[in-house]
Design a protein around this ligand. Sequence first.
Ligand code: PLP
Length: 387
Amino acid sequence: MDLSYILNELGEDRENYFNAIAPPIVQTSNFAFRTVDDLRKAFEDEMGDYLYSRGLNPTVDILRKKLAALDGAEDCLVFNSGAAAIFAGVFANVKSGDHIISVRAPYSWAQNMFDVILPRFGVSTTYIDGTRIENWSSATRDNTAMYYLESPNSWDFALQDLRAVAALAKEKGILTMIDNSYCTPLYQRPIEMGIDLSMQTATKYIGGHSDTLGGVLCGTGEMIKKIFRSEFLNIGSGIQPFNAWLLIRGLRTLPARLDRVTRSTSEVVAFLKKHPKVETVIFPFDDSFPQVALAKQQMTGACGLFTLVLNAKKMDEITRFCESLQHIMMAVSWGGHESLVIPKCSGIPLADFDPSNREHRYVRVYVGLEDPAYLIADLDQALGKMA
Ligand SMILES: *Cc1c(COP(=O)(O)O)cnc(C)c1O
């Protein structure tokens, strides 16, 4: 399906709302029925009808259709955050006694679920270095129910070979789920590579303006229906109509924003790589990246987010760099209009800081929509304040 068609037309039904270009926000909790029979049908199959907005809502449905098509999936559910999409996708597919294999250091709230919540229900998780396919097979047990991937990872950008992991999982009858937030389906299409469930946060690139949260879970019609009927309706964390409307608006400009960010990122990375205060830049499409060949094989683009390894002996130097930035802000998240940094050391107690540990000197950078020269000048003056 044509990308322009998906973003501008798919799912929209303009004749039914005054030929308005922008869709209406159907801000209602419930829907009325004329006959008992119709009501009975809706109770029997809530996915077939509008009954209550905890389930389906017309504004959210426009977004659902677009996001499923973007991923090349049969169907999708949209949640009020990426974390909720992860939670529902995993919970719907494991039971007591099951085992999960996850990539090392997945998104922090995925990790919290694996470490803190799932063990209470008898589900255990093994973390592996997912870069090597043999690590997946050797960690697999008889009770392994799911392989959890995140490629690239959002701090060190480690990749998994999606086709190889999907093929291994199929052979062993194991479900695969990926966090595809870094790429979005514009730059990586996991379902087409054999992954069963593709999750992404919509808070980042899809929203694109740092003004709403959202999460997407794509899969087969059967899988999505199963999750809808239990976890989705039970957790009640579906996206609200206004937030869905913001995400539809974000989608209109997604390709243009990613293009811009891609071009700016390569300029910013090129500048940083030459700077004496920068030991290295970790970025999947950079020639120095250990898995650059795999990145270029399974991703059609990389942009925005990368990690800077600073040449620093003391935490003070990293702190001075971050606090000297005049325009680039210090905040979590990414994917919006604004450039951001976040130093790894903000999560490390002062006494534990060890400059010989490369990870302690990580500063994650997100390149937004500003002029790259403006960003480079800001980074340059802040790097100058380190010593
Ligand atoms: C932000 C993020 C999430 C969670 O998304 P929320 O919308 O913030 O809940 C999941 N995975 C990755 C890689 C993220 O960056």
